[in-house]
Design a binder for this molecule. Structure first.
Ligand code: SF4
Ligand code: SF4
Length: 194
């Protein structure tokens, strides 16, 4: 549509929406009969390669998803099982939906100063943009769990806590190793402690 068209007053027929409804019905019926014809020819042995529309028998059969698709978040762990997150707040700051809430605590060892005491993501607000993953300097948050189904009876049920985020595991085929971060040696002690 021309950008200027939206300023033009609607005609009588456009205001009734009937032409657009008619267009929609024609399009739907065209697809319906197209698929019906293909299924018919395939079922009687003619043109077997014509499959028509493909329907997945969800939830028994799930549609394969692209490995780079952003799925439910998880927090990654260090080798000792502690969260890789250093509570730098980068993800919380960059999140356009303001749905990440972090409370920082101090770690006992001084090489890594902070860790998240609390790390919540409100999925009810999240727009799955992936900015949090992009912004994280520690590869501490990822969206590679492959989990797409999450429903709750109330808004509180959509809150992901730190414990839940840490308990999720990556979906094998979605996992991309980050040797640059995973093989990184532990930080050297500070001069004052050496
Ligand atoms: S995916 Fe986007 S909206 Fe969701 S928590 Fe991350 S930054 Fe926020
Ligand atoms: S997940 Fe990453 S960006 Fe967010 S606070 Fe932790 S270290 Fe910083």
């Amino acid at each position: 549509m021309n950008v200027h068209d939206k300023y033009k007053p609607l005609t009588f027929w456009e205001r009734t929406y009937l032409p657009r409804i008619w267009d929609g019905l024609v399009l739907t019926m065209r697809h319906f009969f197209f698929n019906l014809w293909h299924f018919f020819l395939a079922s009687i042995g003619v043109q077997r390669e014509w499959k028509g529309a493909v329907t997945y028998q969800y939830p028994e059969v799930r549609r394969p998803i692209w490995p780079r698709l952003r799925t439910l978040h998880r927090l990654t762990k260090r080798e000792d099982g502690t969260p890789r997150c250093v509570a730098c707040m980068m993800c919380e700051t960059v999140c356009p939906a303001k749905c990440i809430y972090i409370v920082a605590g101090e770690r006992p060892e001084k090489q890594i100063e902070k860790y998240p005491l609390q790390f919540d993501i409100d999925l009810g607000k999240c727009v799955f943009c992936g900015y949090c993953v992009e912004a994280c300097p520690e590869d501490a948050i990822r969206m590679d769990t492959g989990i797409l189904e999450f429903a709750a009876y109330g808004r509180n049920g959509m809150l992901l806590t730190k414990e839940m985020l840490l308990s999720f595991v990556p979906k094998k085929e979605h996992y991309t190793a980050r040797p640059d971060l995973e093989a990184r040696p532990a930080p050297a002690p500070r001069l004052s402690e050496a």
